[in-house]
Design a protein around this ligand. Structure first.
Ligand code: MD6
Ligand code: FE
Length: 236
């Protein structure tokens, strides 16, 4: 496994995080690597989220009151098991006409709610940590997984500039992220994601197929029986 910032071949442990907020241990007892480049261009930052759960809850509440979660239809007509909404200048939508970004919520005809500044800062910080210094997200897709919900293997390719990474934040119940290859049929790696983990995805990994296995039932002490995923992108 390679490290995600600085020189290749060097691993970075939580004690090296510049924030200095976690100085208790170099390693977890199980030697879990906290930051790793699990495939070239794909980075996992475990526990990178520092916002409190009450901040996250309040920010989500504001956005979802304005643009509620909904199950969108794929161009092929299937109803997605994941509930979705957006914030920021552009929102990802799908319907019978196809996948695209829309500056307005098609359900309300209004612009999507603004992206909270702490969310934008979190996404920029995670990207910078992985070598993507100038990431300025203009879209944040909010995905809500109830137990059983899944996301089948897909590529993220509705954005204009593939030199820009995607930053993905996991909240609530754990999930298994699938990370495949350049073809849908390529064998996929399974990456467990927990509350507070961030995945940064760019460079040679940018167009890899990826997905999420059906969410296992469970209870998160704050977020209950669901997983929320925030994916930050640069659309235009
Ligand atoms: C999810 N994530 O984790 C779905 N795409 O709920 C994605 O589809 C995704 O996490 C691109 C990069 C990172 C991701
Ligand atoms: Fe994706």
């Amino acid at each position: 496994m390679r490290c995600c910032s600085g020189k290749r071949g060097r691993q970075r442990w939580r004690s090296e995080r510049p924030t200095g907020d976690l100085v208790t241990a170099d390693l977890f007892a199980d030697q879990t690597l906290l930051e790793e480049e699990f495939q070239p261009g794909a980075f996992l930052l475990r526990g990178f989220v520092t916002s409190s759960n009450s901040q996250l809850t309040a920010q989500l509440q504001v956005i979802l009151a304005e643009a509620s979660l909904r199950h969108m239809r794929t161009p092929g007509g299937f109803l997605m098991s994941v509930g979705m909404s957006n914030c920021g200048a552009h929102g990802w939508v799908t319907d019978r006409r196809g996948y695209r970004y829309d500056p307005q919520d098609p359900e309300s005809g209004r612009p999507w709610p603004p992206m909270p500044a702490p969310w934008r800062d979190l996404a920029r910080g995670a990207a910078a940590r992985c070598g993507f210094a100038h990431f300025e997200p203009d879209a944040c897709l909010i995905n809500r997984y109830a137990p059983g919900a899944r996301m089948s293997l897909h590529q993220d390719k509705n954005e204009r500039d593939f030199t820009q990474p995607i930053v993905s934040v996991s909240i609530g119940l754990p999930a298994v992220f699938q990370f495949g290859g350049a073809l849908r049929s390529d064998k996929a790696l399974r990456v467990p994601l927990a509350h507070g983990d961030v995945v940064v995805w760019g460079g040679p990994a940018r167009l890899r197929f990826h997905g999420v296995l059906p969410l296992k039932d469970g209870q998160h002490p704050v977020f209950g029986s669901q997983r929320i995923n925030l994916t930050f992108r640069r659309v235009l």
